[in-house]
Write a protein that binds this ligand. Structure first.
Ligand SMILES: Nc1ncnc2c1ncn2[C@@H]1O[C@H](COP(=O)(O)OP(=O)(O)OP(=O)(O)O)[C@@H](O)[C@H]1O
Ligand code: SF4
Ligand SMILES: [Mg+2]
Length: 342
């Protein structure tokens, strides 16, 4: 495996609730992004992907509080536990410049009264007040030319752009400060197939041209992730349960949740079209009161008595990691998918 660009350790983030019962939406997560790679972060809705993305991008506004965690990126060692109420100045130099977030739904959040050129200038000046308008627009024009996008979009308003073009534009804007790491949260979800393809090609080109040196691509769209990413991390109920090279996870899942998630994707090919795809029985737990032991145990076809008693620790096999008691007892074995399909 190549060098590590970013390593986040033991990140815990909670939503403070009026009831006094905090919701730990991200619980003791450790995650790595290798240099020059795209890491896919997948899991069912509500499992904590956006919350983790925000914590790593150092964006935490109440009621979200990051209460523990460190991030090593380049030569920086960043203490995420001091992130409080978005008011923490210590993280300001890194936000956007070292780690940039393309938020979920960003393309629909652009002000209708701003031309794209104003957005570009605002973003660059927010980081460095000395940046002139000309410098900001030169940077944006160069970037657009490099990505073979028309520079005329700078003079347009968001409502004048198609969904695909708007999303590509906000992606460019989120990388204007040349961040080491881009966290893209559901960047393709609202797009049609050809716009998805254009955005993916642009992201790949940006990594190839070293505009950024690593990407965390968040989505529950597994077919997209398996096409785009080098590695996958699978999240369930606030925890990473399995991580490894994409091809290996797709073909040799070691965690029953990963296997069930992959089995629940409809495959349109002729021979599998009639196969009954069950999805995952039940639904993810309430994170305010998660199941004991392995959080997946109420839904798992492989659950054993110890699964509800003890939380599985990570088992590392080459560069593939899995937290599961079944995997512990079956070294290097792939989860039998027929059980998921039963
Ligand atoms: N503002 C909030 N206050 C309280 N709880 C919240 C808040 N925002 C999110 N949560 C809870 O945190 C958990 C994780 O939410 P998050 O948005 O990170 O999930 P996600 O994996 O990104 O889901 P999706 O795939 O739907 O985008 C969910 O259980 C959600 O109910
Ligand atoms: S630890 Fe047990 S319940 Fe959890 S995924 Fe593994 S086998 Fe299933
Ligand atoms: Mg989300």
């Amino acid at each position: 495996m190549s060098g590590i660009l970013m390593r986040a350790s033991n990140v815990t983030a909670v939503y403070a609730a009026d009831t006094g019962q905090d919701v730990p939406a991200v619980d003791n997560v450790t995650l790595e992004v290798p240099e020059g790679q795209i890491l896919g972060l997948a899991g069912e809705s509500g499992c904590g992907k956006t919350t983790l993305g925000n914590a790593l991008a150092m964006i935490a506004n109440p009621p979200l509080y990051v209460i523990a965690g460190k991030m090593a990126i380049d030569d920086h060692e960043i203490d995420l536990s001091t992130l409080a109420a978005g008011a923490d100045q210590a993280h300001r130099p890194y936000r956007g410049a070292t780690v940039s977030l393309l938020p979920q739904g960003a393309m629909n959040a652009i002000s209708p009264t701003l031309r794209i050129r104003d957005l570009v200038v605002d973003v660059m000046r927010a980081h460095d007040k000395q940046t002139t308008k000309e410098d900001a627009l030169d940077r944006a024009s160069d970037r657009l030319k490099m990505l073979e996008m028309p520079t005329r979009v700078l003079d347009q308003y968001a409502h004048q752009l198609s969904g695909g073009m708007k999303q590509r534009m906000v992606t460019v804007v989120s990388t204007l400060l040349n961040p080491a790491l881009l966290i893209a949260d559901e960047p393709t979800s609202a797009l049609d197939v050809s716009s998805q393809k254009a955005l993916i090609e642009m992201l790949l080109a940006m990594v190839e041209r070293k505009i950024m040196r690593g990407v965390i691509f968040i989505t529950h769209d597994l077919p997209v992730l398996s096409m785009v990413t080098d590695r996958l991390a699978i999240m369930y109920a606030g925890k990473i349960v399995e991580a490894g090279p994409t091809e290996e996870l797709v073909n040799h899942a070691r965690h029953p949740y990963t296997s069930a998630l992959l089995s629940s994707v409809l495959d349109p090919t002729e021979e599998t079209r009639t196969k009954h795809v069950l999805g995952i029985p039940g639904s993810p737990p309430n994170l305010g009161n998660p199941p004991t032991g392995c959080r997946f145990h109420p839904r798992c076809s492989f659950a054993m008595p110890e699964c509800s008693l003890k939380e599985p620790q990570f088992l590392h096999e080459r560069d593939h990691s899995v937290a599961c008691w079944w995997a512990n007892d079956h070294a290097f074995e792939t989860v039998p998918t027929e059980v998921n399909q039963a």
